[in-house]
Write a protein that binds this ligand. Structure first.
Ligand code: XIL
Length: 429
């Protein structure tokens, strides 16, 4: 080989090594690296005990997340231990920590039926007294961090699980009546006009009596001019969870009201002991949720309820269940962590798309691009059973063997890839 050749080969090698390095760097980047770049918020709940005592806990927080929420420190029983005292030691520590590390912070939560101190619930206060205690609390607490808390869960879990009506077994409902909700939002807006004000709840992610109840509640609040900006989907799930077309429909009806959305408390519990197969299955639940949020225009953030299985509320509240988070109890990343990381670096345009559909007797051909092997196909939200990627053009044609008979003009066609990315909604002509 002459010198020139040696030089060229050498140069090529250098380029190869460098680009592999850059590519590798993008993929090995902590979650917040990619999230910061795309303007997305990926976060977690913080528990005070490990925050104050385990350095690896704080190192992981700083490295991986660009938004935090307190698991308990922003609740009444912590902030207002007695009628004449506020305790801001932990809230100050967390707000300072967030700012020092260039993170956003969510305030959770101003009004909830749980973790209300007994001096208040057993105090025999009149309705007017409770209203003035609530007002003082919100003005003092939210006012203290004016401009520093990105979003507040103003009201948490106010809707009944089965009926979708307002929950009646709540101190706030029982003493103030249903008005407590709008009062809380108004006081919060007064205390911090810049903070996003959220209603937050569980089991409201897809379509159900409860999520309809929440939709009706926030829609009527909006209609009355009550200052509400978003809805938090807690997303406490059981392993096997997948996003469905119903999640899309639900997100869209909130967007139509002008509301944003955040996934606020995600975990995916597994019946213990967990197998490696179950941990892989769990990673799909996280992948689906983040891909959903990343591709839903009004979804702004995804937070998990803790990040290490060492510190999670699940085993204490759901006997026999656990391993619900993205790091194991030795702070080792689990498949769920890698699923989040991959989704965050993935290009926004990797979602499938439908451009057309054609019926041929019983069969329906769905034409588009980006269909992965094993893509699912829905008509009006109903999953079609006999669906195959075309053997000639698997990524551009799906064949729904039985769907030609049932499809009608105006039906909504939707494809979902196994990674959880949905296509556009295509209206059958
Ligand atoms: C839980 C905390 O994780 C526990 O430590 C505490 O004992 C009870 O509350 N929905 C919520 C959260 O909105 O505030 C709850 O947090 C979990 C369910």
């Amino acid at each position: 080989m002459d010198t020139c050749r040696v030089l060229v080969v050498g140069l090529l090698l250098v380029i190869l090594v460098l680009s592999a390095h850059v590519l590798g760097a993008a993929q090995d980047r902590p979650l917040r690296g990619s999230a910061d770049e795309r303007g997305f918020f990926i976060g977690t709940a913080v528990a005070m005990t490990p925050f104050r005592s385990e350095s690896i806990y704080n190192e992981t927080l700083r490295r991986e997340f660009n938004i935090i929420v307190a698991e308990n420190a922003f609740k009444w029983d912590s902030v207002r231990p007695s009628r004449d005292s506020f305790n801001f030691a932990d809230t100050d520590a967390l707000v300072d920590f967030a700012e020092a590390n260039n993170m956003k912070i969510r305030g959770h939560t101003l009004v909830w039926h749980s973790q209300v101190p007994s001096w208040l619930t057993d105090g025999n206060f009149t309705r007017d007294e409770v209203i003035s205690i609530l007002r003082e609390y919100i003005l003092t607490f939210v006012g203290r961090y004016r401009g520093r808390v990105w979003a507040w869960d103003v009201v948490n879990e106010a809707v009944d699980d089965s009926t979708g009506a307002l929950r009646t077994n709540s101190f706030w409902f029982q003493t103030i009546g249903p008005d407590y909700i709008e009062l809380a939002f108004e006081y919060a807006r007064e205390a911090d006009p810049a903070a996003r004000l959220y209603y937050n709840d569980y089991s409201i992610e897809d379509l159900s009596a409860k999520s309809n109840g929440v939709y009706n509640l926030v829609s009527s609040l909006k209609g009355q001019g009550v200052p509400i900006d978003g809805v938090g989907w807690q997303m406490h799930q059981i392993n096997g969870f997948r996003t469905e077309p119903a999640h899309k429909t639900n997100a869209r009806r909130l967007a139509d009201l002008g509301l944003e959305l955040s996934i606020t408390e995600m975990d995916v519990r597994i019946s213990l002991p967990s197998t490696s197969e179950e941990l892989n299955q769990q990673s799909d639940a996280y992948r689906h949720a983040i891909n959903f949020c990343l591709t839903t225009p009004n979804c702004t953030a995804l937070l998990t309820w803790g990040f290490t299985d060492k510190h999670s509320w699940i085993p204490g509240f759901f006997a026999g269940w656990g391993d619900a988070l993205i790091y194991d109890s030795s702070y080792q990343p689990k498949p769920a962590y890698f699923a989040l990381r991959e989704a965050l670096v993935q290009k926004a345009d990797s979602a499938p798309a439908i451009n057309g559909a054609q019926r041929d007797r019983k069969r329906l051909f769905i034409i588009g691009q980006g269909f992965l092997e094993g893509a699912e196909f829905f008509i009006n939200g109903e999953k079609q059973k006999k669906v195959f990627n075309s053997s000639q053009d698997p990524s551009v044609t799906l064949i729904a063997k039985k769907s030609g008979k049932k499809v009608r003009t105006g039906d909504i066609l939707l494809v979902k890839n196994p990674d959880g990315l949905f296509s556009n909604e295509f209206v059958y002509p």
